[in-house]
Design a protein around this ligand. Structure first.
Ligand SMILES: [Zn+2]
Length: 206
């Protein structure tokens, strides 16, 4: 027996989401079918409008309703510290700590298996930022996973090269968030206390 087209299509869409298998996708679809027409339409139009009015901040590449974003415009932040993260969700996680510097959102990690190279991330933009303005400290806050570590290492290598040719000031301090975060873990899922300790216990990268 084949399912009605609209049901099958919805199941297919749900199963394309991360962490959702075909069984969960079917369960979610049949759950929606128990709801009123209006509820289902609201759900659909919320998703349809998800990207309305959202932009990437041209400075930090966080997702925002304005460009520059609120964090980049905030006068009370320490503009001498720049924290490099993978995803906008990492910014949200770090905003729950006492960190008050600026951010740079890479938009992912280097992952050859997934076809993601340095050129697919905002690494060139990060290096540009470091060339244009003398930050005192750069915190590498990519996830403590294989890809996160490899990405941090790649970026630090690029910075070292630019330091040698005097394009980036030699006194830029590069730090890595402390261990204590689970290896292979995801920054955005770390609890606030662990994250707070990780950022306070950061140390010199090399
Ligand atoms: Zn910004």
């Amino acid at each position: 027996m084949s399912l009605p087209k609209s049901i099958q299509k919805t199941i297919n869409e749900f199963s394309r989401l991360p962490g959702i298998g075909s069984k969960t996708a079917a369960r979610l679809t049949f759950y929606l079918l128990t709801k009123s027409n209006e509820d289902v339409k609201n759900f659909g139009s919320t998703i349809a409008n998800l990207k309305e009015g959202l932009v990437f901040c041209s400075k930090c590449f966080n997702i925002s309703e304005s460009d520059p974003c609120k964090i980049c415009l905030d006068q009370d932040r320490n503009i001498d510290i720049l924290c490099v993260v993978e995803e906008p969700l990492d910014v949200i996680a770090l905003e729950k700590t006492n960190y008050k510097g600026l951010y740079h959102v890479l938009g992912g990690v280097i992952s050859p298996i997934d076809g993601v190279g340095p050129e697919n991330l905002r690494i060139a933009q990060l290096l540009d930022r470091l060339k244009k303005r003398n930050f005192k400290e750069l915190i590498m806050a990519t996830d403590p996973s294989l890809e996160g570590e490899a990405t941090a290492s790649y970026i630090v290598d690029e910075i070292e090269k630019l330091k040698k040719s005097d394009k980036i000031k030699k006194d830029l301090r590069i730090t890595r968030i402390a261990r204590g975060l689970p290896v292979g873990g995801d920054l955005e899922y770390a609890d606030e206390v662990t994250l707070e300790r990780a950022i306070e216990g950061r140390r010199k990268y090399r």
